[in-house]
Write a protein that binds this ligand. Sequence first.
Ligand code: NI
Length: 190
Amino acid sequence: LVRFGAATVAPNDGSSTVEPTFGAGSGVQVDNDTTLGLTFVYMATDTIGVELVGALPFRHDIKGSGTLSGAGKLAETKQLPPTLLAQYYFNAGSNIRPYVGAGLNYTSFFSEKTTGALSGSSIKLGDSWGLAGEVGVDIDINNDWYVNLAAWYMDIDSEATIGVGAVPVENKIDVQIDPWVSFIGIGTRF
Ligand code: NI
């Protein structure tokens, strides 16, 4: 199966404090983004599939939170979250096929840059490995095409390292992203 459509990453975000530069009560948050998503599924049987989730890069704004909430956008990053899942399909052979899946996510962050109050500071986001779960459904349009709706919960956490100042003061921040990723698209089968 191949499906393509709009994928939206909506973080359930939080972070540790931006210390020592901003101290207690400071934090960062990660905004949503939508891009082209692709999923590829190999059906091992009528009911068991193996899914690879791919996408064009997501780009997220990173904004201040807590005592930094007035600071607006502080940085941005791109990321790719390839995910491999085992799936179980209900109602094999019918026109509406719900499914569930579980697997592993790897997220790579790149093209990070600082903006606004942090302009000139360095930033690096560490890669993440975590579990992922999903629910979805395929709804036939005709013999060849179907609509696909899917949602994944991905455990994505990163350590951000921000170097502030001429002689950089290193801030290490644990950033929880843990997004719901939603997908609406169309698919076909070979
Ligand atoms: Ni997490």
